[in-house]
Design a protein around this ligand. Structure first.
Ligand code: C2E
Ligand code: MG
Length: 249
């Protein structure tokens, strides 16, 4: 019953994307946005992806969902480009997508529409990659060959193996660790360890979940290249992002 609802959501266009700013550290310049899916449910209002992505993964609907997200994000990126406001967009992929034989073909089509792989980042959860007995290394390599940047998402100090072994360009340190590091020394040391491991491999580190000035102030010293969080800007519809950009210059 619930998955019937999600299928309808995709078909009936009940999904929408919000975009969260990602800025450079310490200059605080907008370098990219992360596309985050929401479900505009006719009765429940806006539903969080945490509530329906696991179900999409379990039922196989994640293929259609991700195709929708990528297409929508690329259309939006084209609008930004047309308005001379070129923006890199980061899209979340489930590990199931990376194993999907249709995904490569879809990606080729997406790239044709996208105008430039430089403006695309593909994020995949560190935890899902760590749990995968057969990590999709060839697909990650293919993306990087096509000059799409690959981000390992929501990394913690437990993901050293993934950080060392998988092809990637960016490591995103999870908000679980980042939000804690202002008040918890251990969390701070874990963050430092992840950023150092990333930098040793030549990967750029992004902090997710930067909620206040105290955390922001530590990012540069820790070696973060980029940051994302409510302190900088929340996820918002594309129209609001335009206003957000306008008020910052
Ligand atoms: P994520 O990829 O780690 O995305 C960041 C999440 O952290 C977003 O939650 C964002 O709203 C939230 N966040 C950002 N800054 C802050 C902050 O300062 N404080 C707090 N407390 N939270 C912050 P959201 O949008 O609810 O997304 C949750 C997760 O759902 C994402 O985590 C991602 O794993 C998944 N997701 C979202 N969109 C998609 C999608 O299109 N496809 C797939 N496969 N997964 C998606
Ligand atoms: Mg993400």
């Amino acid at each position: 019953m619930r998955s019937f609802g999600l299928e309808r959501a995709i078909t009936e266009n009940e999904l929408l994307l919000h975009y969260q700013p990602i800025v450079s550290v310490p200059a605080r310049q907008l370098v990219a946005v992360e596309a985050l899916v929401r479900w505009k449910h006719p009765e429940r209002g806006i539903v969080s992806p945490m509530e329906f992505i696991p179900e999409a993964e379990a039922t196989g609907l994640i293929r259609r969902l991700t195709f929708w997200v990528l297409r929508e994000a690329m259309l939006q990126a084209n609008v930004w480009r047309r308005d001379a406001a070129v923006l890199t967009v980061a899209v979340n992929l489930s590990v199931e997508n990376l194993h999907d034989p249709h995904f490569r073909r879809f990606m080729e089509l997406t790239l044709k529409a996208a105008g430039g792989p430089e403006n695309l980042i593909m994020e995949t959860s560190a935890r899902a990659l760590a749990r995968d007995p057969n990590p999709p290394i060839a697909t990650l390599e293919l993306m990087r060959d096509k000059r799409i940047r690959v981000a390992i998402d929501d990394a913690t100090d437990e993901d050293a193996q993934v950080l060392e072994s998988l092809p990637a360009d960016i490591v995103k340190v999870g908000r679980g660790l980042v939000t804690k590091m202002g008040r918890d020394r251990r969390a701070l040391e874990y963050v430092r360890a992840v950023v150092n491991a990333a930098r040793e491999r030549g990967l750029e580190a992004t902090a997710v979940g930067v909620e206040d000035q105290t955390i922001w102030a530590r990012l540069s010293e820790l070696g973060f290249a980029n940051a994302q969080g409510y302190f900088i800007g929340p996820p918002m519809p594309a129209a609001e992002l335009a206003e957000w950009r306008a008020t910052r210059v």
